[in-house]
Write a protein that binds this ligand. Structure first.
Ligand code: FAD
Length: 515
C-alpha cells in the first residue's frame, strides 16, 4: 500500500488505540513457558509475511511440527524484489505505514539495523501539462488541504469516498481565486489520484467512505525502498529451511476428514499439492491472498467454505497497483527532487493522443529512488486499479515510448531520452497473488474481515477443532493492505493455536529490547 505523497505524511487523522493490539511486539518468546509437550502437526500455506509471521511465532511458542508450503520459488509473497540497473528494488511493499515503535515492522527495521540507512526524503516538484512548474509551496498548501479532506475515516456513513471528496473539494475550488481555480482543481484531482494509489482502486466512487473507521494509525509513513525485501529475507532466517517447502503449490485442502498416515495415526486435514504430494495435518493456516481466494476458493476447499465466508470473499475488493521502474543513463530531474507530480487540467486531456489519455491520466506520480549512489537514476511511476491491469498487458517498448512522450510534455523538455530500461510489476497476472491488496467497496463494513479471519468449524469431527485457520492482510480490519497487518494476522493465528493447546506467551516485549 502506498500512502505517501512526496515525503509528506499521508495518513488518517484520528487514531484508534494501539494498545488494542495485544502482543504486537512479540517476536521472541521464551519456550520454557510451554505448558505441555503435545506436538500437533501444523501446515502454513504461503510464505508471505503472514505465513512467515505465523510459522516463526509457532516455533517461538514451542510448536516443532510446523511446515510452510509456498507456491513460489522464494519467500516474501507481496514483499518481493527484482534487479534493475545496479540494484535490487522492492516490487511490492516499500513503505512502513507508521514509523513508530508501536509498529512491529518498524521494530524489525530497527532490529536489523536498516533504519539508519534510510535517506531523508527530498523535495516535490509539480508540473502542468505545458512544462510550467507550479509553485511548490502553493501546490503543497492545496495538496495538504485536499489530504485533510480525503483523510476521512468515515463512521458507518455508507457513502463513497469519491462523493465525499468531490463535495468538499468543490468547496475549496469555489473559495479559491479566479485565476487559481484551474490549478487548485488540478492539484485536488492529484490528491484523489494519489489516494487511489494507496487503495489500489480505480475510482474513489467505488471505495467506501468508511474505509478507515477501524484503522490504527501508528504514525507517519517511511519510504524504505530497497530494504523491505531484505527485512523479510532476514525474518525468514528465523524458520528452519528444511521446513520451508518452496515451489510447492497447494491444490486442495481437505478438512473435517479422517486421514490415516503410514503409522495409522489419523489426521483431520489433508493438504494436496499440485505436484501430487500430500501432507496430513491437525491444523492448516491459510494465508493466500484475497485475490487467490476469489479465484480459487471454490476448488481449494473440500468441504467447501461456508456461505458466510464465500459472501465476504466476494464482497471485498482486491485492487491492483503497478510500479513502473524507469532507469535512465542520467537524471533529468534536480538532485534534491524525490517526487515529480503531473497536474492534469482540461487542456492536458486534449494534448495527449486520445488512445493514451485514459491511462496516462492516472500516471501522475513518479518517485525518485534514493540515494543515487545505490540505485543509479531510477524513477518509479505509479498506477492504480484498472489502469494497472491494462499496463500489465502492454509491451515494455510501447510503455516506454508513451511514458517518454508524457514526461516530455509535462516537463516541457523534448530532449528527455527514453529510459535505458523499464520494468513493470505484474501483480494481477501473478497466479499466486491476483492483484495487490484489499480495499473496501461502498457499502461493505470492515467488520466482514473478522468473518474472513474466523477458523472453519468442523461438523464431522467437532472435537478436532481449529482445523483450518486464516491469516493475511485481508483478515485484519485494523491494518489491512499492510505488511504489519499481515504479520500481526499470522501471529494472531499462531496464538489462537497456542491458546488451544494451553500454551501461554509471556507479556509483549518492547521494540527497544531487540535492538
Ligand atoms: C505493489 C504493492 C505495493 C505495496 N505497498 C505496500 C507498502 O508500501 N506498505 C505496506 O505495508 N504494504 C504494502 N503492500 C501490501 C503488502 O505487501 C501486503 O499486505 C503483504 O505483503 C501481504 O502479505 P500476506 O502474507 O498477507 O500475503 P502474500 O504476500 O500474498 O502471501 C501469500 C503467499 O501465499 C502463496 N500462495 C498463494 N497461493 C498458494 C498456493 N495455492 N499454494 C501455496 N502457496 C500459495 C503466495 O505465493 C504468497 O507467497 C503492497 C503490496 C503490493 C502488491
Amino acid at each position: 500500500m502506498l500512502r505517501t505523497h512526496c515525503g509528506a505524511a499521508f495518513y488518517l487523522s484520528s487514531v484508534s488505540s494501539v494498545s488494542s493490539l495485544n502482543n504486537t511486539n512479540l517476536f521472541t518468546v521464551n519456550a520454557s513457558v510451554m505448558m505441555d509437550v503435545q506436538q500437533p502437526r501444523i501446515v502454513v500455506v504461503g510464505a508471505g509475511v503472514a505465513g512467515l509471521g505465523a510459522a516463526i511465532k509457532l516455533k517461538e511458542l514451542g510448536f516443532t511440527d510446523v511446515t510452510v508450503v509456498e507456491a513460489a520459488d522464494t519467500v516474501g509473497g507481496r514483499v518481493a524484489k527484482a534487479n534493475i540497473g545496479k540494484a535490487w528494488v522492492d516490487t511490492g511493499a516499500q513503505y512502513i505505514h507508521g514509523s513508530s515503535e508501536e509498529n512491529l515492522f518498524y521494530c524489525l527495521f530497527k532490529k536489523y539495523g536498516f533504519l539508519s540507512q534510510i535517506p531523508d526524503e527530498g523535495n516535490s516538484v509539480f508540473y502542468r501539462h505545458d512544462g510550467r512548474k507550479v509553485d511548490t509551496e502553493f501546490a503543497q498548501r492545496v495538496y495538504e488541504k485536499g489530504e485533510s479532506i480525503i483523510r476521512y475515516r468515515g463512521n458507518n456513513t455508507g457513502g463513497s469516498l469519491g462523493e465525499h471528496f468531490a463535495e468538499k473539494a468543490h468547496g475549496v475550488i469555489e473559495a479559491s481565486q479566479a485565476d487559481e481555480k484551474t490549478v487548485v482543481q488540478g492539484v485536488l484531482a492529484l490528491v484523489g489520484k494519489d489516494y487511489l494509489l494507496s487503495i489500489a482502486a480505480s475510482d474513489l466512487h467505488g471505495v467506501s467512505a468508511d474505509s478507515w473507521q477501524y484503522y490504527i494509525n501508528m504514525g507517519d509513513d517511511l519510504n524504505v525502498e530497497g530494504f523491505m525485501f531484505q527485512v523479510v529475507e532476514k525474518l525468514a532466517e528465523n524458520f528452519p529451511k528444511e521446513r520451508l517447502l518452496l515451489n510447492k503449490a497447494v491444490r486442495k485442502i481437505e478438512w473435517d476428514g479422517s486421514f490415516p498416515d503410514t503409522k495409522g495415526l489419523e489426521y483431520p486435514v489433508r493438504v494436496v499439492c499440485e505436484d501430487g504430494a500430500e501432507i496430513l495435518a491437525d491444523h492448516v493456516i491459510v494465508t493466500v491472498s484475497l485475490g487467490c481466494l476469489k479465484a480459487k476458493a471454490a476448488n481449494l476447499f473440500n468441504p467447501s467454505l461456508p456461505a458466510e465466508k464465500k459472501e465476504v470473499i466476494e464482497k471485498l475488493s482486491f485492487g491492483n497497483l503497478a510500479k513502473i521502474f524507469l532507469e535512465y543513463e542520467e537524471a533529468f530531474w534536480e538532485k534534491n527532487v524525490s517526487c515529480i507530480s503531473f497536474i492534469w487540467d482540461n487542456d492536458s486531456v486534449a494534448s495527449a493522443p486520445p488512445s493514451q489519455t485514459e491511462w496516462l491520466k492516472h500516471l501522475s506520480q513518479f518517485t525518485v529512488m534514493k540515494p543515487e549512489e545505490r540505485f543509479g537514476n531510477i524513477l518509479i511511476g505509479w498506477c492504480p486499479g484498472d489502469v494497472a491491469d491494462l499496463i500489465e498487458t502492454m509491451a515494455e517498448k510501447e510503455l516506454a515510448s508513451a511514458i517518454t512522450e508524457h514526461i516530455r510534455m509535462f516537463t516541457g523538455n523534448p530532449n528527455i531520452p527514453p529510459p535505458k530500461s523499464i520494468m513493470c510489476t505484474q501483480w494481477r497476472k501473478n497466479n499466486f497473488m491476483r492483484g495487490s491488496y484489499t480495499f473496501l467497496p461502498v457499502g461493505v463494513d470492515g467488520k466482514v474481515m473478522d468473518v474472513l479471519a474466523e477458523p472453519l468449524v468442523a461438523t464431522k469431527n467437532p472435537n478436532k477443532d481449529l482445523q483450518v485457520l486464516f491469516a493475511g492482510e485481508a483478515t485484519i480490519k485494523t491494518l489491512y493492505g499492510t505488511v504489519q497487518g499481515s504479520i500481526i494476522s499470522g501471529h494472531r493465528e499462531a496464538e489462537r493455536l497456542a491458546q488451544r493447546y494451553g500454551r501461554t506467551a509471556p507479556p509483549a516485549v518492547h521494540c527497544e529490547s531487540h535492538t
